[in-house]
Design a protein around this ligand. Structure first.
Ligand code: SF4
Length: 439
């Protein structure tokens, strides 16, 4: 590792024409300042050259989707085999990004459509996504928010952030706020402190989450100063984004350790990426390394339908195969939930192998990871509690505080309710309804 840092630093020095101080390597602002944004610098650092025609295509690609790589992340690439390197593929452009697939969408998750005020996405009833920055330390080639990341014209200013905070204040059902971006940790310590303080003061917010990739691509951002700020908030969770075991370097592990020692629970969201981690063995190694560093694998995402990502996408069968190779084969808490974030804003839909083979009113038939088929017998005298959301008359003793309210059930949960009269969910503009109206 030391060797590759020295080599990357020496080649950066050549491109800059001046010498760099060794200790600066570990300074996150130095890393940002020296981020690699040109194809020529990558050629120099990896000691190789692209053919002119390929270079032209690459140039075209980065003029549409900019490139920015921290020297740290690029130093993890194996120059001898960069074409197959999972780090290289996540940070270096591929002209295939310019191919337009029929199903590509600019905003596949409908984040802007579900936005009551700029910067806030309010999709699920009790939680919001708050875009607090659109700057990242590195532009991941597979980023679902490619349309926004790095766009200096849409950097949220303090007034926009204040509008987001006001929306959360005025919406009592929001109990969980997820700060995202871009990367929230690219804000200064004092900006992060201000934001967290404003949100923590809102009585109905029980949980604040931060989604960040800095432990992966810029671990030196986890400074003592940042830890000092984060430690003040005892309802904080952090989710990071490792996709490959190669990303868990000693610097990265040291950053995770600082966060853990500050008492912050850590989760990880990976994206299933073609030719990078679409392999049961890579995934198993990744989740093992994550839990060994006290990071709980949270989600494995099917790659979104964002523009320019088709070459990263796998079929869903690959994801199911990976889940099949994890469940039962390793500890349950090391297994993420595999999800498709439904295009059009439908939210995360969990996908998994089928374990329930059949059922009767007295038994269910199940299969386990080895293929053993087994039965589970229902109790003969079970009479379920019928919930009418009036806890006062219920023997289950849910002691709600006076301000605690339960929102009305929706969707399938509503159909399952015994006190609800709805018996169907009917799609809008149903053709046969229109026929009846015409008659
Ligand atoms: S860090 Fe996250 S938001 Fe930023 S480019 Fe990477 S995937 Fe996108």
């Amino acid at each position: 590792m030391l060797q590759t840092i020295k080599m990357t630093k020496a080649r950066l020095e050549e491109t800059k024409g001046k010498s760099l101080v060794y200790d600066d390597w570990f300074d996150w602002q130095w890393q940002i300042k020296h981020s690699i944004r040109s194809i020529e610098t990558v050629e120099k650092i990896l000691n190789m050259q692209f053919p002119e025609s390929e270079k032209k295509e690459l140039q075209k690609t980065i003029s549409k989707f900019p490139m920015s790589i921290t020297p740290y992340y690029l130093s993890l690439v194996d120059p001898e085999n960069y074409k197959n390197d999972p780090i290289f593929k996540q940070c270096f452009p591929d002209p295939k990004e310019l191919n337009h697939a029929v199903c590509d969408l600019v905003d596949p998750l409908h984040e802007e459509g579900d936005s009551p005020v700029p910067g806030i996405t309010h999709r699920y009833p009790d939680r919001v996504l708050f875009h607090v920055s659109n700057i990242c330390s590195m532009y991941c080639r597979h980023c679902t928010r490619k349309r926004k990341v790095g766009d200096v014209d849409s950097i949220p200013d303090k007034e926009q952030l204040q509008r987001g905070i006001n929306y959360i204040k005025a919406t009592p059902e929001v109990r969980d706020v997820l700060l995202s971006g871009g990367d929230p940790f690219l804000l200064s310590d004092s900006q992060i402190d201000w934001l967290l303080d404003e949100i923590a003061k809102i009585d109905h917010v029980e949980v604040i989450r931060i989604g960040t990739r800095v432990p992966v691509v810029l671990p030196f951002r986890i400074t003592e100063g940042l830890i000092h700020v984060l430690k003040k908030y005892d309802n904080l969770w952090i989710n990071t984004h490792y996709n490959h075991p190669k990303e868990l370097t000693s610097s990265s592990r040291a950053a995770l350790k600082k966060l853990i020692q500050a008492g912050i629970p850590l989760g990880n969201q990976s994206v299933l990426l073609r030719d990078i981690n679409d392999c049961p063995m890579i995934m198993k190694k990744l989740v093992h390394q994550l839990v060994a560093n006290r990071v709980r694998p949270y989600y494995l995402y099917q790659c979104d339908l964002s523009e320019g990502l088709e070459h990263f996408r796998t079929d869903v069968g690959k994801g199911i195969e990976i889940m099949e190779s994890l469940r039962g084969h390793t500890s349950g808490f090391a297994i993420p939930t595999y999800v498709i974030d439904a295009p059009g804003g439908g939210g995360k839909i969990p996908i998994m192998p089928n374990y329930l083979i059949s059922s009767s009113s007295s038994k269910v038939i199940l299969r386990n990871y080895e293929g053993v088929i087994t039965t589970y017998q229902m109790p003969s005298d079970y009479s379920p509690t019928t919930c009418d959301r009036n806890c006062e008359n219920c023997n289950l003793q849910l002691e709600l505080e006076p301000h605690e309210t339960e929102s009305a059930p929706i969707g399938i949960a509503k159909l399952l309710c015994q006190y609800e009269e709805s018996i169907t969910l009917v799609p809008q503009n149903l053709e046969r309804d229109e026929r009846i109206m015409e008659e």
